[in-house]
Write a protein that binds this ligand. Structure first.
Ligand SMILES: [Zn+2]
Length: 60
């Protein structure tokens, strides 16, 4: 059975056709990926959302 434990990366995009903002999780592959707008289906370029930092204060 597959034992791939690939971390998922958050990509965000804003459709230039309909203005829809979407996000998707993909296995880390490249800084930019081309995908389809979930609202209108237009081809959009999603960018790795590296600006989001989750502040998790885990007590040790
Ligand atoms: Zn769209």
């Amino acid at each position: 059975m597959p034992t791939t434990n690939t971390p998922l990366v958050l990509y965000v995009y804003r459709c230039t056709v309909c203005g829809h903002s979407g996000k998707l999780h993909l296995p880390e592959s490249s800084p930019e990926v081309t995908t389809a707008c979930s609202a209108c289906g237009a081809e959009v370029q999603a960018e790795w959302d590296g600006g989001v930092e989750l502040t998790t204060n885990e007590p040790e």
